[in-house]
Design a protein around this ligand. Structure first.
Ligand code: FE2
Length: 570
């Protein structure tokens, strides 16, 4: 069975290809059209899949989409249902009017079929079901409690569910506007950052050691936690989009008053109150998530939990699940955001709708395009770039890093998801603070408080970081503490609160990158490298050799390692 899954219409469009339950290819549209977080229909991604797998659209059995428009077609009611002008709107109008004769129960998906037998059937899977599917099916767990939490889906913003074998059931859900994602976005916006985008900057700010008790009290007064896991936001403070004077803002004047804020303009340097608000928000968000999870444990009594939805990019909270709740085992995929819903919707069709049994999924994020040396060479020669063919790439790369160079590293299949995991990465020596500053100032042009992640050989991780026994951290999905004896020795990857968003590298997943870490250990004694995505601030991660070369020359990166070749700036 061949399925293409899509995330379309939401930020970070993407497409994936699944054959008989196995993910064969996945790519984000931004990597191809070079527009970061693009919302455009993933045409290039679909073409890339068809080219890569040598298929035509007519070879595909089903298309999955991680959004179900049926769930909000009543937004057209009561007037437009009868007055839609465009005839193509009949696709909705007929159903909509018929739903008006019922209790408007839509189920988990909407199927669009065409008489053209060569054209695949299209399943519009509910947004949160798609998040739940990505989390559950990629976890390889036979059964798990499922929590999804994001900015918003069609109407839902949080769901509590349960997965068993090949089936997923949503047990309870919470609709807009009582959204934790929107609440976090509100403060992101109020602090001058871009909501539904820069929340992780606010999360990074929360690491400062500062007393924020007063702000915690204030933020707590804006919501209440109800029985049955529910969050209720006081609408006086949030999302009054059309209130006079605050149009287009998530925050209200009442919230500004409560926090004594007059300015919500972005500043390159954050003041004490900005930092206190960020920290207080993170504390409150964690309290709310624990409330959600405690309820989930109560209704499922399952020790496993899987988490999906954009909120679980909050790696600070992700690192605390086992210590703050009764769950013994948690899983967060490499793509908890909407971009992963291409995978979630496709797997939902295969397992739940078509009732196919689970298979062990090689849950790797390395699902995108790769390039052969001959393609790379063409790109280098076309630009008359002087290069060196590497005899032993791992030795050369590790030596360059140990010398203090900032190295752009391009090799193997491109990662799917928002994080670079050692295939389209900028890497450097993790030992010295100057490296962090150098990358921040000359490549990433970003706020100084934002940390860089360490990549570490999986089996040696527990020597340097306080990690949970038996866990891998293969997707940089959780923040943990750096062990006290290494904090001074690993300054470039140790954040303000002595934490690090650790990335464990397993030999079976990424043998080349693993080899580099081994070689770096021989020189420095540390099997660890600083790893950040290979892009300059505001651009998507590089995809092709041409992107890699342009980004290299448009930044102050010292060395480019691309396939088996190395380029240095003269
Ligand atoms: Fe979402």
């Amino acid at each position: 069975m061949k399925i293409i899954g899509l995330n379309s219409g939401e930020y970070n469009s993407s497409a994936c290809f699944i054959e008989d339950g196995i993910i064969k290819f996945a790519v984000q549209e931004e990597r191809l059209n070079r527009q970061k977080f693009t919302k455009k229909f993933p045409t290039s991604s679909i073409k890339e899949i068809l080219k890569n797998r040598n298929l035509k659209l007519s070879d595909i059995d089903y298309i999955g989409v991680g959004w179900n428009p049926s769930l909000h077609m009543n937004l057209f009611n009561p007037l437009i249902s009868e007055n839609r002008i465009l005839r193509e709107n009949n696709l909705y109008t007929i159903s909509d009017n018929l739903f008006n004769l019922t209790k408007r129960e839509f189920g988990n998906y909407t199927l669009v079929k065409h008489d053209n037998k060569k054209f695949p059937d299209i399943y519009h899977v509910n947004h949160h079901i798609s998040h739940a599917s990505t989390a559950f099916y990629l976890s390889n767990l036979k059964e798990a409690a499922i929590l999804t939490c994001d900015f918003r889906g069609e109407n839902q913003c949080t769901t509590w569910g349960f997965g068993k074998n090949n089936k997923i059931k949503i047990l309870q859900s919470q609709n807009m506007p009582n959204s934790l994602g929107l609440m976090y976005a509100t403060y992101t916006s109020l602090l001058g950052f871009k909501p539904d985008s820069d929340e992780w900057k606010v999360m990074a700010m929360s690491a400062y050691d500062i007393d924020c008790t007063n702000y915690i009290k204030k933020i707590k007064s804006t919501y209440s936690l109800k029985k049955n896991g529910i969050l209720e936001l006081n609408q006086k403070y949030y999302f009054n989009f059309y209130q006079e004077g605050v149009k287009n803002h998530l925050y209200t004047n009442e919230l500004l008053k409560l926090l004594n804020r007059s300015s919500t303009i972005y500043k390159t340097t954050q003041n004490k109150d900005d930092i206190k608000i960020a920290k207080a928000l993170q504390v409150c968000a964690e309290e709310i998530l624990v409330h959600f999870l405690n309820h989930l444990f109560k209704i499922t009594k399952c020790k496993n939990v899987v988490l999906g939805g954009g909120f679980f990019m909050n790696s600070v909270f992700n690192g605390k699940i086992e210590t703050k709740t009764k769950f013994k085992n948690s899983y967060i995929s490499f793509a908890p955001t909407d971009t992963g819903n291409s995978i979630g919707s496709a797997l939902y069709i295969y397992h739940d709708i078509k009732n196919r049994p689970r298979k062990t999924i090689n849950s790797t994020a390395l699902l995108g395009s790769s390039f052969k040396n001959k393609d790379i060479l063409k790109s280098l020669k076309r630009r008359n770039i002087k290069y060196l063919k590497l005899k032993d790439f791992a030795k050369t790369v590790s030596r360059e890093c140990a010398k203090g160079s900032v190295v752009a590293y391009f090799r193997n299949k491109m990662e799917f998801g928002d994080r670079a995991l050692g295939c389209r990465s900028i890497i450097a020596d993790p030992r010295f603070l100057e490296t962090k500053d150098k990358i921040n100032k000359s490549v990433k042009y970003r706020e100084s408080f934002r940390p860089f992640a360490p990549s570490v050989i999986s089996e040696e991780c527990s020597k340097y970081f306080n990690v949970l026994k038996g866990y891998t951290y293969n997707y940089m999905e959780r923040v943990v503490k750096v062990k006290s004896q290494y904090r001074q020795k690993l300054q470039a990857i140790t954040h303000l609160d002595n934490s690090a968003r650790v990335h464990t590298v397993e030999k079976k997943d990424n043998p080349d990158f693993y080899k580099i870490l081994k070689e770096f250990q021989k020189i420095t004694s540390f099997p660890i490298l600083l790893n950040t995505s290979f892009n300059v601030n505001g651009e998507p991660i590089v995809c092709t050799p041409d992107d890699a070369i342009s980004t290299f020359y448009n930044s102050k990166i010292d060395v480019l390692v691309i396939g088996d070749y190395m380029v240095k700036k003269i």
